[in-house]
Design a protein around this ligand. Structure first.
Ligand code: AR6
Length: 173
């Protein structure tokens, strides 16, 4: 199962995968960070489609096409804004990953790329967010046969080093 996971440094908009996950906000109308990058790379048709979707509650996911991205699909999810840890942030972040995997299964995708959801503008502590990301991935892959590759695309060295370290903890024999 370990071999299905790849941690890399880079830009998620350049990944040749079936689906990329977007760390969006509840409006689904775009924003900064990875959301801005995905909208710029996909082109204006993406906004046209997400406008029609009409938003997404925190912790849930919605699917659109990828337009000019190499990826066929974008799975938009809305991570929690970190408010100190007593506002159900951990459960909401776990639910983002679960709902993205559920959407991926419904779409029949074999390869998917995730950014580090909620750890930028939404300020979720990186280490805990990474544990949640990798633990949810492990639980999903334990029962799933369809996904062959899960990429974690790390923007910057701190995120990359954190994923590498937590990966060893979560997947140690
Ligand atoms: N590829 C991969 N990761 C990226 C990229 C990229 N091109 N660009 C940034 N990141 P953030 P959030 C990393 O702020 O915390 C938006 O305005 C970034 O370095 O994008 O969930 C939305 O509209 C960080 O590690 O998402 C929402 O309003 C990670 O992606 C809000 O920000 C997530 O940072 C969502 O905040």
């Amino acid at each position: 199962m370990k071999e299905k996971i790849e941690i890399l440094k880079g830009d998620i908009t350049k990944q040749q995968v079936d689906a990329v996950v977007n760390a969006a906000n509840t409006s689904l109308l775009g924003g900064g960070g990875v959301d801005g990058a995905i909208h710029r790379a996909a082109g204006p048709e993406l906004l046209e489609e997400t406008r029609k979707i009409g938003g997404c509650p925190t912790g849930e996911a919605r699917v659109s096409k990828g337009y000019r991205l190499p990826a066929k699909w974008v799975i938009h999810t809305v991570g929690p804004i970190w408010r100190g840890g007593n506002s159900n942030e951990e459960e909401l972040l776990a639910s983002c990953y679960r709902n993205c995997f559920k959407a991926a299964r419904e779409l029949g995708v074999k390869t998917i790329a995730f950014p580090s959801i909620s750890t930028g503008a939404y300020r979720f502590p990186l280490e805990r967010a990474t544990e949640i990301a990798l633990e949810e991935t492990k639980s999903f892959l334990e029962t799933d046969r369809a996904l062959s590759k899960v990429l974690f695309v790390c923007f910057g060295d701190e995120v990359f080093q954190t994923y590498k370290r937590i990966f060893e903890q979560v997947f140690e024999e």
